[in-house]
Structure formats: C-alpha cells, structure tokens
Design a protein around this ligand. Structure first.
Ligand SMILES: Cc1ncc(COP(=O)(O)OP(=O)(O)O)c(N)n1
Ligand SMILES: Cc1ncsc1CCOP(=O)(O)O
Ligand SMILES: [Mg+2]
Length: 572
C-alpha cells in the first residue's frame, strides 16, 4: 500500500528523514503531486485539488552514503538502475534498443520490459506485434521484485491495459522516479499507441510521473489537438500538461519551424526554463526522443536533479547527433545515430584501417609565428597546405592560449577531414582529446608516448621525435605509430635542436621498427636528397618554414609534392 501524505506542509529544505513518520497511512491512491523516497518505500504527497508543496529528499545518493557508512553490503554495491518499459525496434535506432545503448553510454544498468515488438527500419514501421498484457505484467514483476530498480522510464505503451498494469506494479514496487515519454507516433509518422492510451497516460501515469517529455505532436495530441507553433505556445502547453499531474514537463521543440536552435521548454510548476541546443543537420535523428528520456532517467538514477538530468541528457543527444551526422545506415529518410561514439567516419576513418604510413609523405607542420607574420589564420594556412597536396597536418602552436588553440584545432579538423587528411596536435594531448583529433606528436621532453597511448586509446595516431636508435626502440615499445627524426638539416624554426644530418637520419631509419618522417630544414632544395637516403621505412618529409613562411602556401606545397613524387619514382 502506498502511503499518502495529505495536505501536509513540509519545510522546503532539510526535512529530516525521521519526520516522515508523520505520514498518515492508508489513503486511497489518487492523483499525486510529488513523492518522497524513504529507506524502505516511496511516499506520495498531495491529492488534488490540494497543491502540496513539492519536495524531494535527496534520495539515492544520500542512501548510498548512509549505507556505505554503515557498511551495508547492498547500498555499497548499488549500481544505478533504469528499467525501460517500451517497444522493441528491429532497426535498433529507437525503443528498447536505444534505451539500452543510452543507459550503457551513461554508465547506468538498464533492464527491459518489452511491451511490443515492431518490424521497423529507416523507412518506417512495417508491423507491430503487441506482447500480451499478462506477460508484460510478468516481466514487470520479475524485474521490479528483484533488481532494485531506481528509475522507470516508459516508451511505447500500446494499450490502456498496459498502462494500468504498469501503474499497478509501480504502486506495489515503488521506485525513486518515473520518466514518461508519451510515445504515440513514430518519427516516420506511424501510430504506436491507440487513442485510449491517452486517457490511461493522463489518468494513471502522469500523476505518478516526475517528468513527462512530449514532442510538439505529442503535446498537441495530449491537449486535444491544439496548435503549437511558437515558443509561447510551448510554454502554455507545458503548463497545461503539468496540470495533468506530473512533477515536471519538458516540451521538446525540435520540430518547431524557423528556428536555428532546437528550443525545449522545461516547466516545474513554478518556473519555466528555455533550454536550447544547436540544431544538427542530419537524417540520423531516429530514436532521439527515446534516447533523451533514457538519458534523463539514467542521470536521475545517478543522483542528478530532474533539471540537471535534462540538461545533461540534451548535451548527450546533441553530441551523439553531431558525431553521427554523416553515418549511413539504411536507405530510408530516418537513420539511427551512434550512442557509443564508435561508428562515425568523422571520428576514426583513418584509424579504422589502421594508421597508414604513406600519410607521412608530405607532412605539414604549422607555426603560429609564421602565420602571424603573413597575416593568416591557422585554418587558412591548413587549407592552403591541403590544397597543395599535404598528406597529414600537425598543429604546432607553441604560443596559443588553450581556448584559442581548441577553437582553431576544431576548425582545422573540419577542414582536414573534409579532404580525408588526418590532423595531429603537437605536444598537447589535452587539446587532441578535446577535439577528438586523429592523434598527437610528442617529443622526448613531452608526455611519454605510453601515457599518451593510455589517454588516447588504441585508435589514435602517436608520433614521437627520435634522434637515436634507442629512442626509436622506446617509441616502438611505448605504442607509437611513427617517429619523426631530425634535424635532417639546421633549422631556424626550432631552437637548440641538434642536427643529426642525413647519416644520423639513416642510422635511425635502419634501426626503427616504425615508419619514419624526416624533419628539420627541409625544403624544395634538399627534399630529394633526404628521400634518396634509400631506406624503405623513410616515408616522407615534415616541413614548417618551406611551406608556411612563404607567400603562397598552396603553390609551395604543390611544388614540394611534385619533387617528392619524382624522387620516389626514381627510387623504385
Ligand atoms: C614530425 C615531427 N617530428 C619532430 C617534431 C619535434 O617534436 P619535439 O621534439 O617535441 O619538438 P616541438 O615540435 O614540440 O618543439 C615534430 N614537432 N614533428
Ligand atoms: C619541429 C622541429 N623538430 C625538429 S626540427 C623542427 C623544425 C622544423 O622546421 P623547418 O621545417 O622550418 O626547418
Ligand atoms: Mg614537443
């Protein structure tokens, strides 16, 4: 039996848990406006028309801390747990499959009660097979009675019977929070729930919900078909839906026409929050609603407030859409996106086939002082070098402020990737991580390569400067992909850099198990001599001033490219 606190005024903050013993037992379960979670049970507050004060004891985190202090085994080992009650999507973009991936990505355990099995792909929904209500009930009982669920998230609830079964089980097995995504129509426009479900949602689930997350179409349907065309309309919809009983409402404005940003309205009964995110141009938006609701549930399970959870969830969805914007899965208009940040060719195409040593052929290394002298931005310089045939770019920005470096590196990555050219960052592993660059180049006094490898993971490119066979051996055992060896000739670009000469270069090349790029004082006049040392693992030349301290970067790069081509064809 759920305990109701009727007409009871709690202090808004700092309610000691022992005061909850003042609740009165035995009220009929009705519309509830808020709930508490005590050690053993969920306690609901307020029965309409009473406007109860909304208050929530910091639940899980406090319980975990307390449990840990007492050495309580189950509290200590509690894994945040979301149960999703939703439909299966065979295409795995939405539904149960999206929920599992979202919770997994956020680091929360996710169990599943499957309400329906859909035959679905990127074109639309070809079929729906509802799971019998008594078997949905059996799944619910199995999970809720045993697995310490923190938060329940609902998606496709195909019939009013399912809604009733669910609300019954939630009363029997109270959880910390309920997130209701009122799924009615798929992104392809197919109906996923009958009209009677609307009544069930409004009467049974909304009053128990901590958040309801309708999109514009769903909000309009819930409110009897009102037109929602502006942010002001969304605000009033949020208010009207809130009056149906949920503690908070998020009306998602992704489909609002004529706005640059995607604006959502969050309403907690007192305050409105306008939450905007940049609108990502992509076909791969199938499953965004399910994912957002699951992320909210997962964050709440981890201990966030609802508003905090919504903000984090929005960031997650925005990043995943941006990451996945070029993915091609399926032939239809609504593609899935990648919750796990593993599939995109934006992210790792160069690494998917492994590092390609021939990328070292014409290795362009930027220099901020030279760019300043010639009055150009880093990205203009990078674009010009790539136009001229550079096969890999390293950003070597010794004087840039971190913020400027990150911004510039992001822009350069976009350019480099649009040409299929890898982009590396010199010295700054943090910047490489921040912009998901293709890798780094580190020297003997920079971060050790094995540490960079641990931080960057197995996929990224790591280059190490080496002047001796011993250093080359170390770079190999540290997990580097290539070495840079120099100075081949004297250079003004790097101070206190001993020259190894072509002999030193040859010695290192012969000893190195890794491909080598030569650096230092190399330009149009000597690049052929470098390549002509004739060691097969010398794959190219790295050049700063011969490209970037020139009036026209593109034409210098073009000339160097052509010389190198001639040199290697002579060597064959
Ligand atoms: C391709 C390549 N080789 C060598 C270097 C030099 O790196 P490092 O020794 O760390 O010196 P700085 O470039 O950081 O001054 C390089 N950058 N690229
Ligand atoms: C970064 C670096 N590492 C060894 S030499 C060098 C500078 C190369 O610059 P340039 O190509 O202008 O001689
Ligand atoms: Mg360095």
């Amino acid at each position: 039996m759920v305990t109701l606190v009727h007409n009871y005024v709690f202090p808004l903050k700092g309610l000691p848990r022992d005061q909850i013993s003042t609740v009165s037992e035995g009220f009929q379960f009705g519309r509830v406006s808020s709930c508490f979670f005590t050690q053993s049970r969920r306690v609901y507050v307020g029965v309409p028309p009473v406007t109860a004060i909304r208050y929530r004891i910091p639940t899980l985190m406090a319980m975990r801390d307390e449990g840990a202090k007492r050495g309580n085994r189950s509290s200590k080992q509690k894994v945040p747990h979301v149960l999703t009650v939703a439909g299966s999507d065979s295409g795995a973009g939405a539904g149960i499959q999206a929920d599992l991936k979202a919770c997994g990505a956020i680091g929360v355990y996710c169990s599943t009660v499957i309400t329906a099995v859909t035959a679905q792909n990127t074109i639309g929904v070809q079929g729906v097979h509802s799971v019998p209500e008594n078997f949905i009930d059996e799944q619910l009982r199995s999970v809720l009675s045993d697995m310490e669920v923190d938060v329940v998230k609902t998606g496709m609830l195909p019939s009013i019977g399912v809604v009733k079964v669910l609300s019954h089980r939630l009363k029997e097995f109270p959880v910390q929070a309920l997130v209701v995504d009122p799924v009615m129509v798929s992104t392809s426009g197919d109906l996923l729930a009958g009209p009677s479900v609307l009544d069930g949602l409004r009467e049974e689930l909304f009053p128990m919900a901590d958040i309801v997350t309708p999109n514009l179409k769903e909000a309009s349907t819930l409110l009897g078909g009102v037109k929602l065309e502006t942010v002001a309309d969304m605000r009033s919809a949020a208010k009207s839906i809130h009056a149906l009983g949920p503690r908070t409402v998020l009306v998602k404005g992704g489909d609002l026409p004529d706005s640059l940003d995607a604006v959502d309205i969050f309403f907690d009964g007192e305050n409105f929050h306008e939450l905007s995110a940049s609108r990502i141009k992509t076909r791969n938006t199938h499953g965004t609603g399910c994912t957002l609701a699951s992320c909210i549930a997962a964050e709440v399970a981890k201990g966030s407030s609802i508003l905090q959870a919504v903000k984090i969830a929005k960031c997650f969805v925005e990043s995943a859409l941006d990451y996945s914007k070029e993915l091609v899965i399926g032939t239809g208009p609504q593609g899935p996106f990648d919750h796990l940040f593993k599939l995109s060719s934006n992210g790792n195409s160069y690494r998917r086939q492994g590092f390609n040593p021939s990328d070292l052929f014409l290795y362009a290394v930027t220099d901020s002082r030279m760019n300043k002298k010639w009055g150009r931005s880093i990205s203009d310089a990078v674009k010009a070098a790539i136009d001229g045939g550079a096969t890999i770019i390293q950003l070597r920005e010794k004087e840039a402020e971190t913020r400027d470096f990150v911004d510039a590196a992001k822009a350069c990555k976009e350019i480099a990737h649009s040409y299929g050219v890898p982009l590396l960052i010199n010295d700054r592993v943090d910047v490489a991580l921040a912009i998901d660059a293709d890798g780094v180049h580190v020297g003997q006094s920079d971060m050790p390569a094995h540490v960079a490898r641990r931080l960057l993971g197995p996929e990224k490119i790591i280059g190490v400067s080496c002047k001796t066979p011993e250093q080359a051996e170390q770079a190999w055992s540290d997990g580097a992909d290539y070495i840079g060896c120099g100075g081949a000739y004297t250079t003004k670009t790097k101070e206190n850099n001993p020259t190894v000469g072509l002999d030193g270069l040859k010695t290192v090349c012969l000893a190195s198990k890794l491909p080598v790029v030569a650096i230092g004082g190399i330009g149009l006049g000597n690049a052929c001599s470098v390549m002509e040392i004739g060691v097969s693992n010398l794959k190219g030349v790295a050049v700063v001033s011969a490209l970037f301290d020139r009036e026209c970067i593109a034409s210098e790069t073009r000339k160097l490219h052509s010389l190198l081509m001639d040199a290697v064809s002579r060597l064959k």
